[in-house]
Write a protein that binds this ligand. Structure first.
Ligand SMILES: *Cc1c(COP(=O)(O)O)cnc(C)c1O
Length: 450
């Protein structure tokens, strides 16, 4: 490939440069400045012998777009660069990224320890579908370090939590959980969807694998589903080879090939995920969605820094409002996770947080009140999504967390009056005015001003 301009000989590039340029060097005959959409299902081989080598994993290259496409590979390399990882796999959704990552680590009969504060879809996957697959999961309160330690069994193959959870925005003590995992030679997988690599890079705090719903902040405009799993290259599956036969024993479908020998640390995981889990289950990312997400990433730091600042201003204002009994935002000084936010999120706290409205003491009256407030919002929209350029609210108890039982909801810090907020890039004053207008519908007992 004759690159028109190759920045690989530059000194290490900073985040904002990597998010615009990472993973792509023009220099194809067309010299397109922006990564092209390779809208093709399959690839032509120059000879049968080349095809044979590619199918046997003796050579790397494109075969068929279920396994990988060139647009997807630019995305993989770019997100790898942003997270400071070694390799990545991009798939059709965040849900798929979580699933293929944990399936690959759990192998046969594995056990996973996961935070109760996980995204609702992840809870569904772990507590129902994984059980069908023979993988069992112990859920622990992510702040309870003793619980993480106590949940470890000889079959434990992964710890799984989010760097910043939602809707309550608990900040994980990533380093403490990583240390517990590593003391038992278990990899830590962190879902960094809400955190974003701009605000926190979990790999710098001990995470071995990082997963994303690229649908959220990475894509940033609410247009496309996608997911990415990044290998930080830190976990050595060769240290305890009998625990990890999926990497260290002959890979049946490729004869005598051993992934750990062929690909090595930092690359064997992606090879297994692509050649087995994505290949067999089929959650492939479309080239068009990969391209949309790449374009979104170009403005990641601009959007996220503005959204974070705007969300903090909204949270501070709502904290003063008499119709609001709690604002769960770790940027606020009285928040339980504020010290962890200061340590792990020096650039700002994610723009996803939640508020609790005053309760009437009556379940049905609370429902009616929540409904009136949410339906009165005009700038902020009722959408079951986060990380979009638009400001949005959701009602977890009726929407994202409706599959959880009351105890699980309480464990995640969600009550029936909790409203999740995801602040976009609109004018902060317009967003605050919209909330104040809607909250004015809540009758507040005299003398309850906060
Ligand atoms: C949305 C989300 C997911 C699932 O991602 P999809 O792209 O919707 O499949 C996983 N984890 C977190 C934290 C999420 O917010």
């Amino acid at each position: 490939m004759t690159a028109a301009h190759d920045s690989s000989d530059c000194p290490p590039l900073n985040f904002a440069t990597r998010q615009v340029q990472g993973g792509y060097v023009s220099g194809l005959p067309q010299n397109s400045a922006v990564p092209p959409i390779y809208q093709t299902a399959a690839y032509e081989f120059s000879s049968l012998s080349e095809a044979r080598d590619l199918f046997a994993l003796r050579r790397s290259g494109n075969l068929y777009s279920r396994n990988a496409s060139p647009t997807q590979q630019v995305l993989e390399d770019r997100v790898t660069a942003l997270e400071g990882g070694v390799s990545a796999v991009a798939v059709a959704s965040g849900q798929a990224a979580v699933a293929v990552t944990l399936l690959a680590l759990a192998g046969q009969q594995g056990h996973i320890v996961a935070a109760t504060q996980l995204y609702g879809g992840s809870v569904d996957l772990l507590q129902e579908t994984f059980v069908d697959f023979g993988i069992d999961v112990t859920f622990v309160d992510q702040d309870d370090l003793d619980a993480w330690r106590a949940a470890i069994t000889p079959r434990t193959r992964a710890f799984f939590a989010e760097s910043v959870a939602n809707p309550i925005a608990q900040v994980l003590d990533v380093r403490a959980v990583a240390d517990i995992a590593h003391a038992a030679d278990i990899p830590l997988v962190i879902d960094n969807t809400v955190g974003t690599p701009y605000l926190i890079r979990p790999g710098e705090h001990g995470a071995d694998f990082v997963v994303h719903s690229a649908t959220k902040f990475l894509s940033g405009h609410g247009t496309s589903l996608g997911g990415v799993a990044i290998d930080q290259g830190t976990f050595d599956f060769g240290r305890n080879p009998e625990r990890w036969p999926q990497f260290t024993a002959a890979y049946a479908r490729f004869g005598e090939l051993v992934l750990w020998e062929r690909f090595g640390q930092g690359f064997a995981f992606a090879a297994l995920v692509k050649s087995k889990y994505v290949h067999d289950l089929g959650p492939s990312l479309s080239p068009f969605n990969a391209w949309q997400i790449l374009q979104g990433i170009e403005t990641l730091d601009l959007r996220v820094s503005r959204q974070s600042a705007s969300a903090l201003a909204v949270a501070q204002r709502l904290q003063q409002h008499p119709a609001v009994t709690a604002v769960h935002h770790p940027g606020l000084e009285d928040n339980r996770w504020h010290p962890l936010a200061q340590r792990y999120l020096p650039r700002g706290v994610p723009s996803v947080f939640s508020i609790d409205l005053v309760s009437t003491g009556d379940e049905q009256a609370d429902q009616d009140q929540i409904e009136r407030v949410i339906d009165a919002l005009r700038v902020v929209r009722l959408i079951a999504n986060i990380g979009d350029a638009r400001s949005m609210v959701a009602h977890p108890a009726s929407m994202t967390h409706s599959h959880l039982n009351a105890e699980q909801r309480a464990g995640a810090g969600i009550s029936s009056t909790t409203i999740r907020v995801s602040i976009g890039i609109e004018d902060t004053g317009d967003i605050i005015a919209d909330f104040e207008n809607a909250l004015a519908l809540v009758p507040v007992p005299v003398g309850s001003a906060r």
